[in-house]
Write a protein that binds this ligand. Structure first.
Ligand code: CA
Length: 390
């Protein structure tokens, strides 16, 4: 069909406009590809435009083997809650120990933004931040319930954030195991003499206490305890408690299982978040991250409370584990070592001094009340329900 004069005049213009549009679209596509690649290369969170909604994807590294019951399932639990609460606008991929970085490099990975978040325990970082030990456990210190009170209503979390602020990291309470077990020993411990020269996997302030009592503390991540005990690199190891220790199979490499967990009366774990990754989130997703950590924090304690007793029964009845209590003179020596370790820590580190003051103030106050509440009730319960127990 012949073209009209108007069509003849405008056809080149239309072709030109179409070409310009094609060039623009191609340029934007290339820029988008380059941007995503750069974000992936940097290892930081990736925000993807999906229609009008922005999606966020985080990488979370842990110090635990992937899906280890209790500890390793907590970050998976966090990831699931974040996805559900955000309606899929935010997802979190969990990397177990060694999958992206070695277990003891979790803190640096989050500090550098290689990962957006991490799950582990603050006392692993005591070489960098001495005051960090307070945010996991103090020997003969607060229980899980008391730690939660101090952190969330007693100023503890603010101090924790102050301690981590120079590392560009925001910490959140990340679950508690409750009172742990004193650990696995290949030989019986009947007196302080028996602890002399014992090489034990025991981190944090308790490691310094163990050294003061004559032992040799060794720093080993959870996933390597079994082999270290088996090959004789160490003579003893504390890990968590029956539920978690059974999962690692520690009863296969040491016979004596000691209590009580004098060294970790309420071991608090941590979620750590890179500040830039956190601040890049819109306000509702920041709230979701915070609330998911809070939910997982309580959930872990609930799970250990439900599972520890079953696991202990299994260890003793099915695997023939010898359950032993630390003698009083050993506990007293360890307490003396605790006072010494705290004195040395606070003398050398101003932040530890500040945290110690807050911790002790709260501990004394809560102990006064728990003496006539939690403790008095458990004692009273024993009087009527277990009158024959020692
Ligand atoms: Ca432990």
């Amino acid at each position: 069909m012949p073209q009209s004069p108007v069509e003849r005049r405008y056809t080149p213009l239309v072709i030109l406009l179409l070409l310009a549009a094609l060039v623009t679209v191609t340029a934007f596509w290339a820029m988008d590809r380059a941007g995503s690649a750069a974000a992936r290369a940097a290892g930081a969170s990736v925000a993807v435009e999906g229609g009008t909604e922005q999606h966020f994807h985080w990488k979370l590294v842990t110090t635990w083997p992937k899906n280890l019951p209790g500890l390793g399932t907590a970050p998976e639990n966090f990831a699931r809650r974040v996805t559900e609460m955000s309606g899929g606008r935010m997802t979190v991929h969990v990397y177990g120990a060694g999958e992206m970085v070695p277990p003891f490099e979790v803190f640096d990975a989050v500090r550098q933004g290689v990962a957006d978040a991490g799950h582990g325990a603050a006392y692993y970082w005591k070489g960098k931040i001495p005051s960090a030990v307070y945010f996991t456990a103090v020997p003969f210190g607060m229980t899980a319930q008391e730690m939660n009170g101090w952190l969330h209503y007693g100023g503890g979390l603010e101090l924790w954030r102050e301690a981590y602020a120079p590392s560009n990291i925001i910490p959140f309470a990340g679950g508690s195991t409750g009172v742990q077990m004193a650990g696995w020993f290949r030989t019986e411990i009947n007196s302080l003499e028996d602890l002399q020269g014992v090489k034990m996997r025991i981190p944090g302030l308790a490691g310094d206490v163990f050294a003061a009592a004559g032992g040799t503390p060794v720093r080993i991540p959870g996933g390597e305890i079994y082999t270290s005990l088996q090959t004789g690199v160490i003579d003893a190891a504390e890990w968590v408690g029956p539920y978690n220790d059974l999962a690692l199979g520690l009863h296969e490499v040491a016979k004596y299982y000691y209590y009580p967990g004098w060294h970790e009366p309420g071991a608090m774990l941590e979620f750590i978040v890179n500040r830039d990754s956190y601040e890049a989130l819109p306000a509702d997703l920041r709230a979701i991250v915070a609330e998911a950590t809070r939910a997982v924090n309580q959930d872990m304690l609930d799970e250990f409370t439900a599972r520890n007793n079953q696991a202990l029964k299994q260890l003793v009845e099915e695997h023939g584990v010898a359950l032993r209590r630390f003698p009083d003179d050993v506990l007293k020596a360890l307490y003396a070592g605790t006072r010494q370790a705290i004195a040395e820590l606070t003398a050398s580190d101003p932040m530890a001094r500040k945290v110690e003051a807050s911790y002790q103030r709260f501990f004394e106050a809560v102990r006064d009340y728990h003496h006539i509440s939690e403790q008095a009730y458990i004692n009273a319960r024993d009087v009527v329900l277990e009158p024959d127990s020692p």
